[in-house]
Design a binder for this molecule. Structure first.
Ligand code: AR6
Length: 169
């Protein structure tokens, strides 16, 4: 049984087995939640990202995939970095966004993580409309078979929280 919970706040303050990062394919950090995770988690996360890049992702981590690193100084064991698609009004990229959630849960299962915190992937700098991002997130995790016991969506502001709450209700 997997439970879905919602929290309004900063994901870097959560205590869970794994925190999911809305990264970019370079894995070298950025703004938004990515910037916050690297700032608060410290340099060990970037060191791990650089190692992964050198070993496997010289061309970048493809959109829709996920990979784990240490969580550094965060109150978690791992950060799972996933690359969301940029929103496009011309092209339906929702399968790529769904893939971020599926792949992150697959990596979480490989690690043995039981509690996983997700931000609203792609719904910030990548421009995805929040209601649609919330629908895809909740529908996808509900449809994914996983050993994760708690999937916690951590939403920075009230608007995002309400969008997810409308899907979970
Ligand atoms: N805790 C929880 N949610 C947060 C936090 C936080 N500390 N900070 C931001 N959010 P974004 P994206 C929310 O832009 O759209 C980066 O530069 C934010 O309000 O972080 O997938 C990467 O390197 C929004 O609702 O990620 C990529 O280049 C959600 O998290 C690019 O941005 C996602 O916003 C990825 O863009």
């Amino acid at each position: 049984m997997t439970t879905i919970t919602l929290v309004q706040g900063d994901i870097t303050r959560e205590s869970v087995d794994a925190i999911v990062n809305a990264a970019n394919s370079s894995l070298l950090g950025g703004g938004g939640v990515d910037g916050a995770i690297h700032r608060r988690g410290g340099p060990a996360i970037l060191e791990d990202c650089r190692r992964l890049r050198a070993a496997h992702y010289g061309k970048g981590l493809p959109t829709g995939q996920a990979v784990a690193t240490t969580a550094g100084e965060l109150d978690a064991r791992w950060v799972i970095h996933t690359v969301g698609p940029r929103f496009s009004p011309q092209e339906d990229r929702s399968q790529l966004l769904a893939s971020c959630y599926r792949e992150s849960l697959r990596v979480a299962d490989e690690l043995g993580a039981r509690t996983v915190a997700f931000p609203a992937v792609s719904a910030g700098i990548y421009g995805w409309p929040m209601d649609d991002a919330a629908r895809i997130a909740v529908e996808t995790v509900r449809a994914t078979k996983t050993d994760v016991e708690e999937i916690r969506f951590v939403l920075l502001d009230e608007r995002a929280y309400e969008a997810f709450a409308a899907q979970v209700r």
